[in-house]
Ligand binder design. Structure first.
Ligand SMILES: [Zn+2]
Length: 235
C-alpha cells in the first residue's frame, strides 16, 4: 500500500516513542497515571503555578534529552529519503523524527525545542532553557517562560493544523503509527483522508476507533513493523 497509494502521509503518536524509553500518556504506566494532567498540563495550571508545572517539565526534559530515535523513527526517515513518505504529522513533542533524519515534520502539539514568554513573546532555544532550570525566566522581561508545547486548554498551532489537514486530504494513504487516535482534532485526520477516498493504515498496539474502517490494521510495535516495511520496499 505504501508503494501503490502515494502520496503516503504518516501520523505518529506517543506509541512510536515508547521504544525510545519515553512513557506515553494514557496507558497504566503512562504519565497521566502518575501526574494529574489538570495539575500539570493545562494552561490554567501553568498560569496558577508555573513553578510546579516547570518541576514536571524539568523531569520530563531529563527523559527526553536522554532519548534517542529508534527503528521506527529511522524507518520513516528512510521512507522519506526513498520518496515514499511525503510528510510526518506528529503529536509528539520529543523532536525524535527530525533527529532521525525526517525533513517534512509537522509538530501539531508543539515541541520542547524552545520556550516562550507569554508576556513579551521572546522565544528561547532549548539549550538555554535547560541551563536556566528549574524555573527559566524570560531574558527580556523576567517573566517565567512557558515550554512551546501545547497544553490542555490552549489552541493547537493553526498553521500546523491546516497543513496536517491539507496533507490528510491529498494522502493516497494515511499511515497512523503509535496513536490510539483519541486526542482531537488530530484524531479526526483519518476522516479527512477517508472522505477524500484515500486509504487508511494503522500500526498500533491496542484498538483505535478507526480499526474497522482501516484498510489494514497491524497490532504490533512501530520499530519492528516499519523496519520490515522498509526492507520489503528496498528489496
Ligand atoms: Zn518576556
Amino acid at each position: 500500500m505504501i508503494r501503490d497509494r502515494q502520496p503516503c502521509v504518516v501520523l505518529t503518536g506517543a506509541g512510536i516513542s515508547t521504544e525510545s524509553g519515553i512513557p506515553d500518556f494514557r496507558s497504566p504506566t503512562g504519565i497521566w497515571a502518575r501526574y494529574d494532567p489538570m495539575e500539570y498540563a493545562t494552561i490554567s495550571a501553568f498560569r496558577r503555578d508555573p513553578v510546579k508545572v516547570w518541576e514536571f517539565y524539568a523531569r520530563r526534559f531529563e527523559v527526553l534529552t536522554r532519548a534517542e530515535p529508534n527503528d521506527g523513527h529511522r524507518a520513516l526517515a528512510e521512507l522519506e529519503r526513498l520518496g515514499l513518505v511525503r510528510a510526518v504529522v506528529t503529536q509528539n513533542i520529543d523532536g525524535l523524527h527530525e533527529r532521525a533524519g525526517s525533513r517534512e515534520v509537522i509538530e501539531v502539539h508543539g515541541s520542547i525545542r524552545s520556550a516562550s514568554c507569554l508576556a513579551c513573546g521572546t522565544r528561547v532555544p532549548f539549550e538555554e532553557v535547560l541551563a536556566a532550570l528549574p524555573v527559566p525566566p524570560c531574558p527580556a522581561c523576567g517573566e517565567i517562560l512557558k515550554p512551546d508545547v501545547v497544553m490542555f486548554g490552549e489552541l493547537l498551532p493553526a498553521g500546523a493544523i491546516e497543513r496536517a489537514e491539507g496533507l490528510a486530504r491529498q494522502a493516497g494513504l494515511l499511515l497512523v503509527v503509535g496513536s490510539a487516535l483519541e486526542v482531537h482534532p488530530i484524531a479526526g485526520l483519518p476522516d479527512v483522508t477517508l472522505a477524500a477516498r484515500g486509504a487508511l493504515g494503522i500500526v498500533n498496539r491496542g484498538p483505535t476507533p478507526y480499526d474497522r474502517r482501516a484498510n489494514v490494521k497491524i497490532d504490533d510495535g512501530a520499530g519492528k513493523t516499519l523496519s520490515a516495511a522498509v526492507a520489503e520496499l528496498r528489496g
